[in-house]
Design a protein. Structure first.
Length: 144
C-alpha cells in the first residue's frame, strides 16, 4: 500500500514538472516567436520614452508608449492605443505630439519629463497625413 502511494506521488510529481515545462515553453513561444515586437526609442534631453508595437500572430496590433523598454504592456504606466495600426508623431521641445484616430487614456503612473500630447484625427485627416506625413514633417510609427 505504501509503495503504491509512493509511486503515485512520483507520477504526480513528474506530471507537474512536465506541465510546468510545457507551460513555460508555450509562454516563451507566444512571447518571443509568435509575437512581432518593434520599438523606437525617443530621446529628448536626458529623458527617453519608447514607442512600441506588439502584434501576436492573428491579433490586432497593440501600439503603446512607455518609459520602459520591456515587451510587457502595463495599463498603469503606458499609453495604450487599442485599435490603431499606426500613428504619426512630431517632436517639439520637451514634448511628443501624437496624431492618431484615437486618444489613449493617460496612464495614472506614467512618469516622464517628456510630455505626450495627443490629437485625434478624422478618417480623412488621417488618410491625408498617411499619404503626406513626410512632406509635412511627421514620422510614422511603426514605419511601413
Amino acid at each position: 500500500m505504501k509503495r503504491a502511494i509512493r509511486i503515485m506521488e512520483r507520477i504526480t510529481f513528474v506530471v507537474i514538472i512536465f506541465l510546468f515545462i510545457v507551460g513555460g515553453m508555450a509562454y516563451l513561444f507566444f512571447e518571443y516567436v509568435a509575437t512581432n515586437f518593434q520599438y523606437e526609442k525617443i530621446v529628448i534631453g536626458k529623458d527617453c520614452i519608447y514607442l512600441k508595437n506588439r502584434v501576436y500572430t492573428n491579433d490586432n496590433p497593440k501600439l503603446f508608449i512607455s518609459t520602459s523598454k520591456s515587451r510587457k504592456i502595463n495599463s498603469f504606466t503606458d499609453y495604450l492605443y487599442g485599435y490603431s495600426e499606426c500613428f504619426f508623431y512630431q517632436i517639439k521641445n520637451d514634448s511628443i505630439f501624437i496624431f492618431s484616430r484615437e486618444i489613449a487614456n493617460q496612464p495614472p503612473k506614467f512618469k516622464s519629463r517628456i510630455h505626450v500630447i495627443q490629437d485625434s484625427l478624422s478618417n480623412s485627416e488621417f488618410m491625408n497625413l498617411y499619404e503626406n506625413h513626410k512632406t509635412l514633417g511627421y514620422e510614422q510609427f511603426p514605419s511601413r
